[in-house]
Design a protein around this ligand. Structure first.
Ligand SMILES: C[S@@+](CC[C@H](N)C(=O)[O-])C[C@H]1O[C@@H](n2cnc3c(N)ncnc32)[C@H](O)[C@@H]1O
Length: 292
């Protein structure tokens, strides 16, 4: 791959998905895109770049998807889900007792383990949510991961990563060598394709936003733009949950960290956030919680 081809791909990926590759990631591009180029009958990265310059939209999607990192697992990092159960939901249940509904957005849900972990947490709350309307919207850039998330089918290896055995037995059915999440849990999550670089105001406002392990791939300006737009989609008393390597500190004052609750943030003042400039611009299903 020539330096010019590498620069083209760096800019292309940044524009398409926000992925911010440093100057020395040629090996990453080659290991992920060479197999894709060969599969498409192209001689190598050079020919792939020429095709992209000719704006082949099918190839654009494949290249962007091949470069995303979709690593995820059930109850990843554990602590955010403890916070969800012990801090976030008790406050939401108190604050929304009047309207008895909660909206949760999993903003880079990948293959579904994160939104389904949240759905199982809610199931575990049992009677506390009886009669509540619960909505979990899981979005991701990649159609490929969304298809897997919608199917809710996981390998033995995937269910062994982070999922307590009691939850596996309670919320999954074995089908040959795979496990499928039960229909009632699956029905709690609505999966949608969404690029965080694009406008997401149509999703409405949420009580809780999980946006974990995706902003780490973006540059500072892109992160700030997304934080500012997330601030407009969160209730003034809502919660933002970030990944272990992510923070708002030093980037934006639209959210503030909650002390002693690592990874948890609250919006400062969404009206102030609405006045801030953004970097880029890009009907939900409700599930009634039945008694168990
Ligand atoms: C490393 S996974 C994190 C999954 C999950 N949140 C977790 O913490 O386990 C990152 C996900 O972000 C998605 N992603 C990357 N760029 C995106 C973008 N611009 N908009 C939306 N999703 C994006 C990828 O497709 C991938 O599934």
């Amino acid at each position: 791959m020539t330096p010019t081809e590498y620069e083209y791909l760096r800019k292309f990926l940044k524009d398409q998905s926000g992925l911010d590759l440093s100057a020395d990631k040629q090996y990453l591009i080659e290991s992920r895109l060479l197999p894709l180029a060969r599969k498409a009958g192209l001689s190598g990265i050079g020919e792939l770049v020429k095709k992209l310059q000719g704006s082949s939209s099918a190839l654009t999607t494949s290249v962007v998807e091949a470069m995303t990192t979709n690593e995820t697992f059930f109850f990843r990092d554990k602590v955010p889900f403890d916070h969800f159960r012990d801090t976030i939901m008790p406050e939401v249940i108190k604050a929304r007792a009047g309207r008895r509904s909660v909206r949760i957005w999993c903003a880079a849900g990948s293959t579904g383990q994160e939104p389904y972990s949240l759905a199982m947490c809610l199931k575990e709350m049992g009677a506390a949510l009886n009669g509540w309307r619960v909505e979990i919207v899981a979005t991701d850039l990649s159609q490929e991961v969304l298809e897997k998330a919608r199917a809710g089918i996981y390998s033995q290896f995937e269910v062994q990563r982070g999922l307590p055995i009691q939850m596996l037995v309670k919320y999954f059915k074995q089908a040959g060598e795979t496990w499928q999440i039960n229909p009632d849990v699956r029905a709690m999550v609505q999966h949608r394709q969404l690029n965080l670089l694009h406008d997401f105001s149509q999703l409405g406002t949420f009580d809780v936003i999980f946006c974990r392990n995706v902003l780490i791939y973006f540059d500072q300006d892109t992160k700030v733009g997304i934080f500012n737009r997330l601030a407009r989609q969160i209730e003034p008393d809502g919660f933002l949950v970030l990944g272990a390597a992510e923070t708002v500190v030093g980037l934006t004052d639209t959210f503030r960290p909650i002390s002693d609750r690592r990874g948890l943030y609250r919006p400062n003042d969404p009206r102030a956030a609405a006045a801030k400039p953004v970097v880029a611009d890009a009907a939900p299903r409700l599930v009634a919680m039945a008694g168990r």
